[in-house]
Design a protein. Structure first.
Length: 132
């Protein structure tokens, strides 16, 4: 867990965020135990911007990781770096409901959740059409 959080803080250093000036770092780990880092990458065409969480997840998936068991997300501000809705949806696609989610802040404080705490009633290929 601490290694994953440390890797998220390391990823934060590579943020490309000249428009929002908000740096975000993320790290994920999968069944293999390998850690994949990501950072937010902004673009003048805002729709082309990508969040750190999705960068880390997509890197893992593109390298053949099929089961992401935990994610850590941190920012360079006092508040905790909670994933946005788009990132939560991607997380629900590639992580199990009981996967660990760690959110941190610039003071190296963090909180721990399970994915289903972050996104109840997940919409996935397994739940599509089966919601209550």
């Amino acid at each position: 867990m601490n290694k994953l959080i440390d890797e998220a803080y390391e990823a934060l250093k590579h943020s490309y965020s000249p428009y929002s000036n908000i740096k975000i770092g993320a790290a994920v780990t999968g069944k293999s135990g390998r850690i994949y880092r990501g950072t937010n990458i902004e673009n003048a065409a805002y729709g082309s911007t990508i969040c750190a969480e999705r960068v880390a997840i997509f890197k893992a998936i593109s390298e053949g990781e099929s089961d992401i068991s935990a994610i850590a997300v941190t920012g360079d501000f006092d508040g905790f770096a909670y994933p946005c809705g788009a990132c939560r949806q991607v997380m629900s696609e590639f992580m199990k409901k009981d996967a660990k989610v760690y959110v941190g802040n610039k003071n190296e404080e963090y909180k721990e959740y399970q994915l289903d705490d972050m996104i109840p009633f997940m919409f996935t290929h397994e739940t599509k059409g089966k919601q209550e």
